[in-house]
Design a protein. Structure first.
Length: 429
C-alpha cells in the first residue's frame, strides 16, 4: 500500500463514524512507537469533529485543519498538543507558511479513495494537505493568506477549548498566540471570563432537569434513559466518553458497586483520560435515579455484582456498523451527545417561553461536556463539598485543577465589594 506523505486522519461525513482501518493502524503505530498520547488526542479530535457532522461547512474546515495540525504534532514536532505553549503554535504557523514541497499539491483531491470491487476505502496517495494555486494554467508558489491563517488559529482555539472542557490540557495556546499576535485587536478571537470552565447556573440547570423530566413523562421509553443520562453525567462528573460504547469498552450496570463492608455505593470508571481509573461516590439522589431507570427497563431496583447489562441500550436495532441488527447494545458517543443535546434544546425553548431570553441563549450554547463542569461547580460552590473529595471523584491529578471551579458570579463579587472602605481606621481618635 502506497500512502501519501501526510496520512489523512478523518473520513468524510458519510463514513466518519465507521472509521478507516488504515488510519487506525497508523494512529496505533504512533501511540506505540512515537507519541504515547497520540491515540488519546485522536479520540478527542474524533469526538469533537463528530459534533460538527450536522454542519457540513464546519465539518469540512475542521477536518482539514485537524489533519494538518495533528500531522505536524505527531510527524514533524513529535509531541502531544496537550502540552503546547504559544511558542509551539508559533512554530506550527511558520510550518504552514512555508511547508515542505512534498506536502504541497496543485489540485484539490479527495483524501480517501474507494476500491470499486472490494468497497475498501484507503488513503489517496496523491492527496496533499497544502494546495498551491494556478494562475492562467501556471503553477504558483504556495502562499498562506492572512484570512486563511486566522481561520486556522480560530479552529485550533475552538479545539483547545474543547480539550480544556475535557481536561485534556490546562491552557489554550492557540488563543494565547492570537492574543500576542497582530490580530489580537480582532474581538472575534477574544476569550471571555471563565470561558474555559463553562457551567449552567442553578436556574439554567433547573430548566435542564425539568426538560429531562418532561421527556420521561411524555415518552418513557427513551425519556427515562435521557433523564438518567443527564443525572449520571451531573452527579458523578462523568465525561460522555466514559459512559458511551467504543472499541474495547462497553459500559455496564456492574460499574455501580456496593462495598460489602460499608454498604457504600460508588460508580467505577475503569479507564478515563490518560488511562486512569477512579471510583466516584454516589449520592442518595443518584441512587434514586438509578433505581427509577432500572425499574423502567424492567430490571431489579439495584444492580447485582458484576452485572453486564448495558448501561444505555438501544431501543431499535443498529442499522449498520459492528453491531448491525443488534438491539441490546450500548449507544455510542454520537448518539448519547445527540440525546443530551435534545434535552438542552428543550430546556432552552422553555426558558425562552418564560421570557428568559439571555438564559435561553446561554443554555442553547451548552453541550454534553458542560454538564461535568456544572456538577463540579455546583458541588464546590453550592453544596460546599470539600475540594479534596471533589478532586478524587472528578479524577483531577492536582487540587489546583479542582480549585479553578471555586468561583463566584459577578453579582456576588459586586455585593461583597460594595461595602469595602478605603480606611478601616478612619474616624478613630
Amino acid at each position: 500500500m502506497i500512502y501519501p506523505p501526510v496520512m489523512p486522519l478523518f473520513e468524510t461525513a458519510q463514513f466518519f463514524m465507521a472509521g478507516n482501518s488504515h488510519v487506525n493502524a497508523h494512529v496505533t503505530r504512533l501511540s506505540l512507537n512515537a507519541i504515547d498520547e497520540a491515540l488519546l488526542v485522536y479520540e478527542h479530535a474524533h469526538d469533537w469533529l463528530s459534533e460538527q457532522l450536522n454542519h457540513e461547512n464546519n465539518f469540512k474546515a475542521y477536518r482539514s485543519e485537524l489533519t494538518c495540525f495533528l500531522h505536524w504534532c505527531f510527524d514533524v514536532h513529535q509531541a502531544s498538543p496537550c502540552y503546547f505553549s504559544r511558542r509551539d503554535i508559533a512554530q506550527y504557523v511558520n510550518y504552514c507558511q512555508s511547508p515542505p514541497s512534498d506536502v504541497i499539491g496543485h489540485v484539490t483531491l479527495a483524501q480517501f479513495k474507494q476500491d470499486k470491487a472490494s468497497g475498501e476505502r484507503f488513503p489517496n496517495p496523491a492527496w496533499r494537505p497544502f494546495v498551491a494555486k494556478k494562475v492562467g494554467g501556471v503553477e504558483q508558489a504556495y502562499q498562506l493568506s492572512e484570512n486563511a491563517l486566522k481561520t486556522k488559529i480560530a479552529i485550533l482555539s475552538s479545539f483547545y477549548t474543547y480539550l480544556l472542557g475535557e481536561e485534556a490540557c490546562d491552557r489554550n495556546p492557540a488563543q494565547i498566540w492570537m492574543n500576542h499576535s497582530r490580530y489580537s485587536r480582532n474581538r472575534n478571537f477574544a476569550l471571555q471570563e471563565d470561558d474555559d470552565l463553562p457551567a449552567f447556573t442553578e436556574l439554567q440547570w433547573s430548566y435542564v432537569m425539568a426538560a429531562a423530566e418532561k421527556l420521561a413523562k411524555t415518552d418513557p421509553k427513551t425519556g427515562e434513559r435521557s433523564l438518567f443520562l443527564i443525572s449520571l453525567l451531573y452527579a458523578c462528573y462523568l465525561r460522555i466518553s466514559e459512559v458511551s460504547a467504543r472499541a474495547g469498552f462497553t459500559p455496564v450496570m456492574g460499574q455501580f458497586r456496593r462495598n460489602t463492608q460499608t454498604g457504600v455505593w460508588s460508580f467505577h470508571v475503569p479507564i478515563s483520560k490518560g488511562g486512569k481509573r477512579r471510583s466516584v461516590a454516589i449520592s442518595n439522589a443518584m441512587m434514586q435515579a438509578l433505581s427509577r431507570y432500572r425499574l423502567s427497563l424492567g430490571l431489579s431496583q439495584l444492580p447485582t455484582a458484576g452485572e453486564d447489562t448495558p448501561l444505555f441500550i438501544r431501543h431499535r436495532a443498529a442499522a449498520r456498523g459492528r453491531e448491525a441488527g443488534v438491539l441490546n447494545a450500548n449507544l455510542g458517543i454520537r448518539q448519547l451527545r445527540e440525546e443530551v443535546q435534545q434535552v438542552i434544546n428543550l430546556a432552552a425553548e422553555q426558558a425562552r417561553a418564560d421570557d428568559l431570553d439571555e438564559d435561553a441563549r446561554q443554555i442553547a450554547n451548552m453541550s454534553a461536556h458542560n454538564i461535568r463542569h456544572t456538577g463540579i461547580t455546583h458541588d464546590i460552590n453550592i453544596n460546599r463539598r470539600p475540594l479534596s473529595h471533589v478532586q478524587a471523584d472528578a479524577g483531577h491529578d492536582s487540587i489546583d485543577t479542582t480549585s479553578k471551579y471555586l468561583h463566584t458570579s459577578q453579582v456576588e463579587r459586586h455585593q461583597s465589594a460594595y461595602g469595602k472602605v478605603m480606611d478601616n481606621l478612619a474616624g478613630i481618635d
